[in-house]
Design a protein. Structure first.
Length: 394
């Protein structure tokens, strides 16, 4: 049986990490992998997580199974963090999942049970795991225009024209904020136009919320999805705690289904729990428990929000200094988009040859589509990167 297996393509980002490790140059810059890094290049454990872990170690009396859907305190606290009061809680069903990826996978499996003919509409470009999982599950897939290569902003007219072709019951995958890989995001008025269009077509939003708090703030980053939740009968939300709580390896995520009415809650919740049962049974609890401890304890929550805000402002200031250094070197405003983009990533718009030259001649490592992880920079490397970008002719 095993000899029937064929090699799988190597993960491009993991390949890039390996090349970076093997590069002997001191001045190399890693803008590849999607984790937050501080000025020293470290991905720290957040203070509130450390405190909660200590408290948990002292207070936890059992490691017995929790609940198939996850700890209700976790799902309730996350529903509140994500949706605020945009929708009444009797319309919500939720499961804890292994990371945001687990939530995306479960959401797609739910679609497969309920409406296997639904086409899943993805932004072009999007996080490569989206199409990869959808294809693996055999669901129909379509793309909508999203990134304007010229302005490096959102091609909103193209997006609307393409999404106008979505059928009733199709799923439209939208990034809640901090679009990966481009960094270009919808404005709130644009979210409202998207809501109008979805109302008209009957297509259902499926929101990937992996970076809440990394863009404009915790509430600001959820404003678009809250607007959709307040206006549309149904939506799915897959959220990750990997980035905003810095607990990547704990695998902490949630899938929330918003139903048209409270009567549907029971059957939706049963189906979500059923999917957990089929795929891994009980979801991981450690990270989820830390998150619910932090969100429900005012002092821990305040500390977490303060540290998250510092992370956000650090990325924003790196964006601003990179944009202004590029303005100085190029004598033009054509890199102004870097300060407009939000989140960890920006697609700078380099050709594959320029990305290669950045690596070969300057020790700058970014993904082949020219996605840069802004958090990989610090005060010293910003001018080095700016010079390299100009040198290779971007
Ligand atoms: N969605 C997007 C857009 C992401 O960038 C990521 C993380 N790279 C995820 C979902 C999932 O993250 P995780 O499974 O690590 O929680």
């Amino acid at each position: 049986m095993l000899n029937a297996l064929r090699p799988q393509p190597q993960d491009k980002i993991l390949q890039l990490i390996q090349m970076y490790k093997e590069d002997p140059r001191d001045a190399k810059i890693d803008l590849g992998v999607g984790v937050y890094k501080d000025a020293n290049g470290l991905t720290p454990v957040m203070r509130a997580i450390k405190t909660a872990e200590k408290q948990l170690w002292e207070s936890e009396t059992t490691k017995s199974y929790t609940n198939l859907s996850g700890d209700p305190a976790y799902t309730a606290a996350m529903q509140d963090l994500i949706l605020g009061d945009s929708v009444t809680s009797d319309r919500l069903s939720a499961i804890a999942t292994p990371g945001g990826t687990g939530a995306i996978r479960q959401a797609l499996e739910l679609v497969k049970i309920a409406n296997p003919d639904a086409t899943i509409w993805l932004s072009n470009p999007t996080w490569p795991n989206h199409p990869s999982i959808i294809k693996f599950l055999g669901l129909p897939i379509a793309e909508y225009r999203y990134f304007d290569a010229e302005s490096r902003g959102v091609d909103f007219d193209g997006m609307l024209a393409d999404l106008a072709r979505a059928k009733k019951g199709d799923m439209v995958l939208l990034h809640a904020c901090c679009h990966n890989p481009t960094g270009a995001n919808l404005t709130l008025p644009q979210w409202s136009v998207v809501a109008d269009l979805l109302e008209k077509t009957g297509a259902i939003p499926f929101i990937d919320n992996a970076y809440q708090g990394f863009g404009d703030g915790l509430d600001e980053d959820a404003a678009g999805l809250r607007l959709l939740a307040s206006r549309l009968p149904e939506l799915l939300i897959a959220a990750s705690c990997s980035k905003n709580f810095g607990i990547y390896r704990e695998r902490t995520g949630i899938l929330i289904a918003v139903a048209p009415n409270a009567e549907m809650h029971g059957v939706v919740q049963q189906n979500l729990a059923f999917l957990n049962r089929q795929n891994f049974s009980f979801p991981p609890d450690h990270g989820a428990r830390l998150v619910s401890m932090i969100l429900t304890d005012p002092a821990l929550r305040a500390d977490w929000q303060q540290e998250l805000e510092a992370v956000r402002l650090n990325m924003l200031s790196l964006r601003e200094s990179l944009a202004s250094e590029l303005q100085r070197l190029s004598g033009s405003d054509r890199f102004g988009f870097l300060a407009q983009h939000r989140g960890m990533f920006s697609r700078v718009g380099a050709t594959p040859e320029q990305v290669e030259a950045l690596r070969r001649d300057h020790g700058v490592y970014m993904v082949g589509d020219s996605r840069m992880n802004i958090a990989g920079l610090n005060a010293q490397s910003v001018p080095v990167l700016a010079k390299a970008i100009i040198d290779v002719g971007v």
